[in-house]
Structure formats: structure tokens, C-alpha cells
Design a protein around this ligand. Structure first.
Ligand code: PLP
Length: 502
């Protein structure tokens, strides 16, 4: 080991006392830089902590913390009775080149192997970046998410050493505490009668739809959906190689007599239903049709995939309980989650079904995602048990109701000559039909000129190409001021189109 300390630390180290980064980490960063650049060679003796702290005018503990950190990373080493030195074996990995090939001509488009491309998953790219306002098909206002509560609860959980166990591979059914918390939560709010064996945690409702379709639809099995229907669900069924048959949707929801007719002619495996508010038209499946559908499912042995994505958002009187609450014969796979109540990025949902189905879905989930985000799931479990989620859900329900009322009032007042719509009983969107002679293609093109874009292609709702001219417009994510702005732009757009039509 060489010994003299010749490196001028005092003039070379520059610590920013206003920075958010700890001083000891700044010191580490700079010393690592000197080591990497060769200014501090291996075996160089470093000044003692007292001397360096005096030179840099920092607390001695800062230097000790920096040395500890550098030592734990392997940049420096301590030799008893001799001092601290730059390590002889630096933790610098210099990977060897495979060959001296020139890859400079390769672009991000270069691909050297064939792979399966799925036409049904292709989506038209829609230019949305520059617009001041973006119309979606009904997403929550993520600005309202209780991020502080989530962070606080998460932090409290990670502080407890025994929770470290959550960091390893865990249960493929999802976090046990969350499954336990969901049992009373779903039984009380949705009238279900489940036990923990019926609960699989998923990453949002979409994973539930995917798992259900993979279990039910291989080999060209038939699934019935509404006409029109939630496009991503349709794509998921096509991906599972199911055959989609459609029945009409009217003010009572999906037409169950049409479903019965199909059942009389052929075997069907499943029905996909957004019973609370049909996606996209927002109508509620009537109690009578719910009972009819359940009776058909028992008679013809098919599964009902009940996607209850927005159950928590009902604005008038009490909502009708889900089909799953009346499922006496185990025909319903009930899917829901917290992405709409809290925020889309909080990817936690649930798949509720008879135990045998849950077991199989868990095995399938294992090869896709192994397990969920256990710490976040534990956080949510805590927030359900202490009532935070329920309180937040009531709060946003009230806010969205006010937004729905304002949006629909202005839509009627300012755009009633152009648009037909029913006030939705719940949810986060309005199903709007354009009166003749207008067309969404024109509205969308003109809106872009006015700094408003539609992030979805209107054709996604026209899955049998009937040209029904309906569009689902989300209102929930706009605050009051934004609602006024959006309606004003739409009004300008429609007036321009009106002039053009004359
Ligand atoms: C009808 C319907 N089902 C499921 C989903 C997917 O929800 P998640 O984000 O929980 O996967 C959506 C999302 O918009 C939806 O509209």
C-alpha cells in the first residue's frame, strides 16, 4: 500500500449545501468520480475523517458516513492500524466486447426474427400530445387520488421489520391481508357471500377479464357481448380465440331474450356484462334481466363474466346489487378493482369466483406475472380495514356527481341541438349521439384545431360497423373550470360545422 496523501481534496471537492442530496452522498459521488477517472489511484491513502472534515468544513460524521458508504460499495478499504485506502480491486466492471462488429447501422426498427403480430390489438395512433384538453372515455381524476395517505401507510408498513417478508416471492393468490380485507368489504358493499377461497388479487380489472377469457374461451368457444361493447374486452376475447356473438343493448341493458335464442341454437361458454353501467352506453341492466340472465346461465351452464368496473359510482338512489350477489349456482366470475376509485396506475383488482376457478386462474396468473405488488396490496388492505378507501370513495362519488350534473346541464343547454344523450345514473362518462347530419370524424378534426383532442377513435364503439354515431365522453377527470372550457370549445366546433353544413 502506498501512503502519502497528495490529492488536494480541499480544492477539488465542491459540496452544495442547498442541494436536496445529502452532503455525505455528494462526497461519495465526487470521490467515486475521482477514482473512476484515475485521479485517485488504487491503494492511495485517504485522509483521516477528522482531517477531511476540517478541510471541507463539514461535520466529521458526514465524512464517516461517506467512507462507510464507499466502503460498502467496495471503492475504499480500511486496513487496521494503517488507515483508509482506495481499493486495489475496484468495483468497476469492464465487460469485454463480444466481437468487433460494427452495429452503427442498426436502427430501432431492425428485427432479425419473425414474430406473431395481432391485428386485433392494433390501435390507430391518435395525436394527443399538444392539446390543452383531451376527451377520454371516462377515467377518474388522478389529481384526487389520496397519494399522501397511500404514502404514509406504505411508509408505516415498510418501517416494521417483520414486513420485510413481503419483499420475497409470495402467494400467487395475492397478499393474504388484502384477500382477508376484501371478504367483508365485498360482502357488505356488494351483497356477495364469499370467503377468502373465492378471492384472487389481480393487476386491475383487465387482468381479471384476461384470466377469465383464457379459462373459458379456448378452441373457438362462443362468448356473448353487447352491441356495442367495451373494445378492450372484445380484443381480449379474440386473443383467447373465442367467437364473439352480439346481442342488442336497449334502455334495460343487454337483451336477454336474444341471449336465450342463441342458447337454444348453440352451446355458449360465457356472457360478458358490464351490468352496473354498460360500457359504453352507460345503461343499467334491469333487475328483471339480471334474474333472467342468471336463470339462463344455470339452465345452459355458461359463465357470466360480470365486469363491475364502476360499481362505486352511482349518483341517485342505491345501486342494484351485482348479479354475483344472487349467484346461487356458481355461474358468475365477478371482476372489479381500485383503479377507478383511487387511480388507474394503482393496478390492484380482484377476480371473484368459485374456488376451483380461482385456483386455476391463480395458476395461470403465475406464468404471466408471478404475483402482484405485495407491499402496495398490504397498504391497500390497511386502508380498507381502517376505512380510508371507503371515505375516499364517498368523497370522489360526491365530486363526480357534481361534475356529471354540470357537464350534462351545459351539454343540454349549449349543445342540445347537436347531441342526443341520457343523463347517466352513475359512472364517469356520458354516451353521446350526434344528430344528423354531423359526424364524429368532422367533430374530431375540427376540435383539434380548437386545442381539444379525443384520445379514442370513435369507431371503437361501432364494432359491427352499423355507423350508430355514438361516442363515450368522460366528464369525471375535468374540474368545473375545465368542464366550462371543454363545452365552450365543443360549442365553437359545432357552430363551425353547422355553418359548413349550410
Ligand atoms: C368496462 C371496463 N372494464 C375494465 C376496465 C379496466 O380497468 P382496470 O384499469 O382496472 O384494468 C376498464 C377501463 O377503463 C373499463 O372501462
Amino acid at each position: 500500500m502506498s501512503s502519502p496523501v497528495i490529492f488536494p481534496f480541499k480544492s477539488n471537492i465542491d459540496l452544495d449545501r442547498k442541494s436536496n442530496r445529502h452532503l455525505y452522498l455528494q462526497l461519495c459521488d465526487q470521490m467515486i468520480g475521482f477514482i473512476k477517472s484515475g485521479k485517485l489511484a488504487p491503494s492511495t491513502k485517504l485522509p483521516g475523517s477528522r482531517k477531511l472534515s476540517e478541510d471541507l468544513n463539514v461535520h466529521r460524521k458526514t465524512v464517516i458516513a461517506a467512507y462507510d458508504e464507499l466502503m460498502s460499495q467496495g471503492w475504499i478499504e480500511s486496513i487496521p492500524a494503517r488507515g483508509t485506502f482506495v481499493s486495489q480491486d475496484l468495483p468497476i466492471v469492464n465487460p469485454k466486447k463480444l466481437q468487433n462488429n460494427d452495429i452503427s447501422n442498426r436502427t430501432s426498427e431492425t428485427v432479425g426474427f419473425p414474430f406473431k403480430k395481432r391485428k386485433h390489438l392494433f390501435r390507430k395512433e391518435i395525436e394527443t400530445m399538444q392539446a390543452a384538453f383531451k376527451i377520454d372515455d371516462g377515467v377518474p381524476d388522478h389529481r384526487l387520488a389520496p397519494i399522501e395517505d397511500i404514502a404514509k401507510t406504505y411508509r408505516n408498513i415498510t418501517k416494521k421489520t417483520h414486513h420485510r417478508a413481503l419483499l420475497t416471492y409470495g402467494d400467487i393468490y395475492g397478499n393474504i391481508e388484502l384477500r382477508k380485507a376484501l371478504v367483508p368489504y365485498l360482502n357488505q358493499t356488494r351483497g356477495l357471500k364469499i370467503t377468502i377461497d373465492n378471492v384472487l388479487i389481480t393487476r386491475g380489472s383487465q387482468m381479471g377479464i384476461y384470466l377469465a377469457s383464457q379459462l373459458l374461451l379456448n378452441n373457438q368457444n362462443v362468448i356473448i357481448t353487447g352491441n356495442t361493447n367495451y373494445m378492450t374486452a372484445d380484443n381480449t376475447f379474440t386473443e383467447a380465440e373465442g367467437i364473439i356473438k352480439r346481442v342488442s343493448v336497449d334502455k334495460q341493458g343487454m337483451n336477454t331474450n336474444e341471449i336465450e335464442k342463441i342458447c337454444k341454437k348453440q352451446i355458449i361458454s360465457a356472457i360478458y356484462v358490464t351490468s352496473h353501467h354498460h360500457h359504453p352506453t352507460t345503461v343499467t341492466l334491469s333487475a328483471e334481466r339480471r334474474m333472467h340472465l342468471l336463470q339462463l346461465s344455470q339452465q345452459y351452464n355458461f359463465a357470466i363474466i360480470e365486469d363491475d368496473y364502476d360499481y362505486d359510482f352511482h349518483y341517485s338512489n342505491a345501486p342494484i346489487l351485482p348479479l354475483a350477489s344472487n349467484d346461487t349456482h356458481g355461474n358468475v366470475i365477478y371482476i372489479g378493482g381500485f383503479t377507478k376509485i383511487i387511480a388507474p396506475a394503482l393496478r390492484i383488482g380482484y377476480f371473484i369466483a368459485p374456488k376451483e376457478v380461482v385456483d386455476e386462474a391463480a395458476r395461470l396468473r403465475r406464468i404471466l406475472d408471478r404475483q402482484g405488488d405485495t407491499l402496495l396490496e398490504q397498504t391497500l388492505a390497511r386502508m380498507i380495514s381502517n376505512g380510508d378507501v371507503q371515505r375516499h370513495s364517498s368523497k370522489v362519488r360526491r365530486i363526480y356527481k357534481t361534475r356529471r350534473d354540470l357537464f350534462c346541464k351545459l351539454l343540454q343547454e349549449k349543445l342540445g341541438d347537436f347531441f342526443d344523450f341520457e343523463i347517466p345514473k352513475g359512472g364517469m362518462a356520458v354516451w353521446v349521439k350526434l344528430k344528423k347530419p354531423y359526424h364524429w370524424d368532422l367533430v374530431i378534426t375540427e376540435s383539434r384545431k380548437q386545442n381539444l383532442t379525443f384520445i379514442n377513435d370513435w369507431k371503437r364503439y361501432d364494432n359491427d360497423n352499423s355507423g350508430h354515431n355514438g361516442f363515450r365522453i368522460g366528464f369525471a377527470k375535468f374540474n368545473e373550470e375545465e368542464i366550462y372550457n371543454v363545452i365552450e370549445i365543443l360549442e365553437t366546433v359545432m357552430k363551425v360545422l353547422e355553418l359548413k353544413a349550410v
